[in-house]
Design a protein around this ligand. Structure first.
Ligand SMILES: Cc1ncc(COP(=O)(O)O)c(C=O)c1O
Length: 390
């Protein structure tokens, strides 16, 4: 059968209805539990011989439809949704390694994942090895006999530096290490980690996938075997997504490819404008030839996303002045929404980092991070222009 396009799958996958109730949209099964006719039916369910739902922490029909769409999006055999990106991350990082195993990860990571690994995963007897981006250029040298899982993020917040995902995936595969990519900043429209050879793709669905700043969710996709293992871990860690949130996430997914095309186009225009502005120092956008990882980004991404970071003169004071003058662009953390948001990394994602840690992450006090939304590009550029006049 010819494979349908991702946009078609996101709209039609999982939308079949029983003939007596053919609603266009998937019903929201807002129930925690499901009815059984008899003890015999319960027994058949437990033996895996009856296709039934038992309890919404295990599975729920509305949630399953969202998972089917997400699996199609990543070209994966299966996907699981979670109550947040961090619930997805903790299910992977607590569910896969055993005590005595080593977790290899990039030293530049989303702060929540960094704390999860350092403050919680380590307590379960898992050794952790943090590798710099330079070290990750030769991933074969970082894998030891005890390495079980490798976790990287690409592009990385806020510098948008990229890891060569194909290379890391190949090194892991040759040594039997499970590779995971946090694909939140790219979105699967722009970068499909499983097609680059990675075992598991993880995302905060709070960002581009839902896209409207009104659902907190996470997703993991991969082979049916690995996803089944994580499904059991999710049952007991309990980070499941509510059916109403799953419905809203599925609704957001239907417009994801259209939204991403606009995010990509507008962010590139904003990055080019900033690069030509006298009050701006460095601009970080993987779609600009001046970005240190532009070639890696071009080799593994089909679009460069909506995140742009730039430096203004005068350190935090200068960045704060520009930030405070923004009008249309709103001052809020998070990303990937229809509305453009700005944040100052030293006051948010990198708050409380030591000078050395900031240097290692490539973060400077004069940085302003933008999540370029779907407003008219000319209005966004005009807002930045008037703010930079400060
Ligand atoms: C790259 C990345 N990964 C994971 C997360 C965690 O996602 P959530 O906030 O949905 O738990 C975030 C949140 O900002 C993120 O930026």
């Amino acid at each position: 059968m010819t494979r349908r396009g991702v946009s078609t799958e996101l709209i039609h996958r999982g939308e079949e209805r029983p003939p007596q109730a053919e609603s266009v949209n998937v019903p929201i099964y807002e129930t925690t539990t499901f009815l059984f006719e008899s003890a015999e039916e319960v027994r058949l369910y437990q033996e895996g011989r009856a296709e039934k739902y038992l309890y919404s922490r295990y599975a729920n029909p509305t949630v399953v439809v969202t998972e089917q769409k997400l699996a199609a999006l990543d070209a994966a055999e299966a996907a699981l949704v979670f109550a947040s990106g961090m619930a997805a991350a903790s299910t992977i990082l607590l569910g896969l390694p055993n005590p005595g195993d080593e977790l290899l990860c990039s030293s530049a990571l989303y702060g929540g994942t960094f704390h999860l690994i350092n403050d919680i995963v380590r307590r379960f007897g898992v050794a952790v090895r943090f590798a710099t981006l330079e070290e990750l250029r030769e991933p074969e040298r970082l894998i030891g006999d005890r390495t079980r899982v490798c976790w990287v993020e690409s592009p990385i917040n806020p510098t948008l530096r990229c890891v060569d995902v194909r290379r890391v995936a190949a090194a892991c595969r040759s040594r039997g290490v499970i590779s995971v990519v946090d694909n939140t900043f790219a979105s699967p429209v722009n970068q499909r980690p499983l097609e680059l050879g990675v075992d598991l793709a993880m995302q905060s669905a709070t960002k581009y996938l839902n896209g409207h700043s009104d659902v907190t969710a996470g997703v993991v996709s991969g082979s049916a075997v690995l996803v089944k293992r994580l499904d059991l871990t999710r049952r007991y860690l309990g980070g499941v997504l509510d059916p109403l949130a799953a419905y809203n996430l599925a609704r957001g997914l239907k417009t994801l490819p259209v939204r991403m095309a606009r995010h990509n186009e507008s962010a590139l225009a904003v990055a080019r404008f900033l690069e030509g502005h006298a009050a701006v120092g460095r601009v970080y956008y993987p779609g600009l030839p001046s970005h240190p990882d532009h070639e890696i980004a071009r080799s593994q991404m089909s679009g460069f996303g909506g995140m742009v970071c730039f430096e203004v003169h005068g350190g935090l004071e200068g960045a704060s002045r520009v930030f405070d003058r923004l009008g249309l662009i709103r001052r809020a953390t998070s990303l990937g929404s229809v509305d453009s948001l700005a944040s100052l990394p030293v006051l948010t994602s990198h708050w409380n980092y030591s000078r050395e840690e900031m240097e290692r992450a490539g973060v400077t006090p004069g940085m302003v991070r933008l999540s370029v939304g779907l407003e008219d590009t000319a209005d966004l550029v005009a807002d930045l222009d008037q703010a930079l006049a400060a």
